[in-house]
Design a protein around this ligand. Sequence first.
Ligand code: DC
Length: 228
Amino acid sequence: MGRPFAHVAIDGPAGSGKTTVARALARRLHVLYLDTGAMYRAVAVAALRQGVPVDDEAAIVRLARAHPVRVEHDPHSDEGFRIFSGSEELGAALYGNEVSTVVSAVAAYAAVRGLMVERQRAIAAEGPVVMAGRDIGTVVLPGAPVKVFLTASLDVRVARRLAELAERGTVVEPGELRAQMAERDALDENRPVAPLRPAADALLIDSSDLGVDEVVGLIAAAVEAVRA
Ligand code: DC
């Protein structure tokens, strides 16, 4: 027996395929999967519902403390986990267009990130997990034995997001979506706290011309290598 398999950190911009890949990898490895973006989205949903302006940092932080985001694992659900804000489960509401527009602002606040990172580390402390996000390899789990930074060209990422939204019955104008995604990338990459960037020892994968199975295969091979 080699070193026990522990954590896999998968980071990358919107539409890079990280959540699809992370979910499939977790199924293959029979471990938990957590999309940390959904946790930031839960804070954004609460802000929109309570009418708290997302540029009011103090109010957003108060809101995040008052409505703790809870993650429950449910292997029978599509996602493999359920997200609650207080006692209310947030499903499709997390992925609405308005939420996508404001979530980067909410995720830029250090105190909000502190709350989320604490919960994410607590989940990882319970056992093996494939965690997807923007700062998992750099901040949340810097000791993870397998770290991946997944990218794809903006055109490919826009096309993927359009298909994903269409599946949920949401029609958006492609040019508008492209501009929105480019803006969100810039906000995530340039924020002072935990900006989106690869960990120094991350495996860089460009998924522009790769299918989900191919990417999952590459990461599974990296996991095998650290287990050996
Ligand atoms: O992956 P996503 O589109 O659901 O992420 C939503 C937002 O949350 C996105 O603007 C980046 C942010 N995020 C983050 O800052 N850190 C994470 N670990 C995950 C997401």
